[in-house]
Design a protein around this ligand. Structure first.
Ligand SMILES: Nc1ncnc2c1ncn2[C@@H]1O[C@H](COP(=O)(O)OP(=O)(O)O)[C@@H](O)[C@H]1O
Ligand SMILES: [Mg+2]
Length: 260
């Protein structure tokens, strides 16, 4: 590891990343940087490559070429678990959870260092009990903040789509991330709750310094909260700037009018 890059202003650097699926060029040389401690947005029309970029950053897909640098380390091609344990945690556009478990169990199992069953008979049992209690308290706090505590005992298959998104977010927060990649964290929830979720994320970002890269479609909501915005179109970053600059950028206006 290079100690200079570790101290870099940027927590994440994507350098000329390319990815194709057969004849489809999903990522056509993407470059972007996320400032350490910032809340940065990734926007763009459907099919522009946003989710594919998240999958490459999180190790789900290997890029055909290019690099991903996280917190000073080249993580290109690392398996997803290793990237997750390094502190780069993503949530999915379509929530993934254990359907046969309750919401509470789903949130609990996302905790890092969860000792699980194998320790329950060991001499360390008392210590693990204390750790488990701490984990449970943290899970309750997070569920309360995200307003899903009242469904904690429900099966995760028996809650609304919006609530599933919140469980997904709660699972991400349980893992003590250095950086979160959030794929439409407020999709399927009403505007009031969407503002609450973004307000909550912003507090977390400010108080705990967790860096975030967020894909979101509802720009009117998003732009109240983020520091910086990247715009993708047809597998490329075509614009970047503060929310104010992006709103006034004719290239961006064209892309979105072209979609309408
Ligand atoms: N696993 C895959 N196999 C084939 N094509 C894919 C796959 N994933 C994404 N694509 C294609 O890559 C392009 C970008 O998709 P995606 O990254 O999901 O866009 P976005 O998230 O911006 O809507 C689209 O043309 C999509 O159909
Ligand atoms: Mg997507």
């Amino acid at each position: 590891m290079n100690s200079n890059s570790r101290n870099s202003n940027y927590i994440l650097e994507v350098i000329d990343v390319r990815k194709r699926f057969g004849g489809i060029i999903a990522l056509d040389g993407v470059n972007l940087k996320v400032k350490r401690g910032s809340m940065t947005a990734l926007i763009g029309p459907n099919g522009s490559g946003k989710t594919t970029l998240f999958n490459v950053i999180a190790g789900v897909y290997k890029p055909d070429s290019g690099k991903v640098i996280f917190d000073g380390t080249d993580i290109t091609g690392w398996p997803p678990e290793k990237i997750y344990h390094r502190g780069l945690v993503r949530t999915f556009q379509v929530p993934r959870m254990f359907k046969a478990m309750t919401v509470f169990e789903n949130v609990l199992t996302a905790a890092k260092g969860n000792p699980g069953e194998r320790f329950s008979t060991s001499p360390l049992r008392k210590i693990w009990k204390a750790i488990e209690l701490k984990i449970a308290e943290k899970a309750v706090d997070i569920m309360e903040l995200l307003k899903i505590l009242h469904v904690a005992r429900n099966l995760s298959s028996a809650i609304s789509g919006g609530q599933m998104k919140l469980v997904e977010l709660a699972r991400g927060l349980m893992s003590d991330p250095i950086m979160l990649l959030l794929d439409e964290p407020a999709a399927g929830v009403n505007p009031t709750l969407a503002h609450e979720i973004f307000g909550f994320l912003r507090n977390l970002n400010k108080e705990q310094g967790i860096s975030m890269l967020i894909i979101e479609h509802r720009l009117d909501i998003l732009f109240d909260y983020v520091d910086y915005v990247y715009v993708m179109h047809r597998g490329k970053v075509v614009a970047e700037g503060t929310p104010k600059e992006i709103v006034e950028n004719p290239v961006v206006v064209d892309i979105y009018l072209g979609e309408a």
